[in-house]
Design a protein around this ligand. Structure first.
Ligand code: HEM
Length: 154
């Protein structure tokens, strides 16, 4: 039904906007090794519940996507939908492997800014470009999913 598709696209765009938006700012602060900026970004993400909003958008988007498929006469095991499941799983892997480290340095930056930890310890062994890698990989995954949704190549 068109309403499920509309809610699906709305939820997914909300999720993409928040994740990619926040990650671009994390990437810039980590690249500059800017503890103050990173602490501000992390505390804003926490105060405005952006992580919950983005994850909520993704989970709602998956439910609405499945409802769209089930009510729209699509086969939920069609190749293009299986490709979408794999790409969404890849997003979770990227979040667990790189995203978790980025949030960890964000939390360490808050501690350093509050004077509870030395600023030199914030980044640990995290390479300066790791935030950029996080956002580029996610952009690639989301671009592939949107192309898959529109073109249905399989
Ligand atoms: C488990 C994951 C997903 C499922 C089951 C799913 C399912 C669907 C279905 C059934 C449609 C309707 C296709 C049509 O009417 O032609 C659709 C459309 C769409 N989906 Fe998804 N989707 C998923 C993930 C995503 C993600 C992560 C995004 C964005 C990053 C996304 C963006 C879109 C867009 C933009 C459309 C509209 C395409 C068009 O009308 O040409 N979907 N999706």
């Amino acid at each position: 039904m068109p309403i499920w598709k509309a809610l699906h696209v709305l939820s997914m765009f909300t999720m993409v906007a928040i994740f990619i938006g926040a990650e671009i700012f994390y990437a810039a602060a980590i690249l500059r090794r800017d503890v103050r900026a990173l602490a501000f970004i992390q505390s804003t993400v926490e105060r405005w519940y952006l992580g919950f909003a983005a994850l909520g958008g993704l989970l709602a988007g998956i439910v609405f996507g499945l409802l769209t498929a089930l009510t729209g006469g699509f086969d939920v095991l069609a190749g293009w939908l299986v490709a979408a499941y794999v790409l969404v799983a890849l997003f979770f892997v990227n979040a667990a492997v790189i995203g978790e480290k980025v949030v960890r340095v964000g939390k360490a930056a808050i501690e350093a800014e509050a004077g509870r930890a030395p600023a030199e310890s914030v980044f640990g062994t995290l390479p300066a470009n790791r935030g950029v890698v996080l956002v580029l990989v996610n952009m690639l995954i989301f671009a592939a999913i949107i192309a898959d949704m529109v073109l249905k190549p399989f």
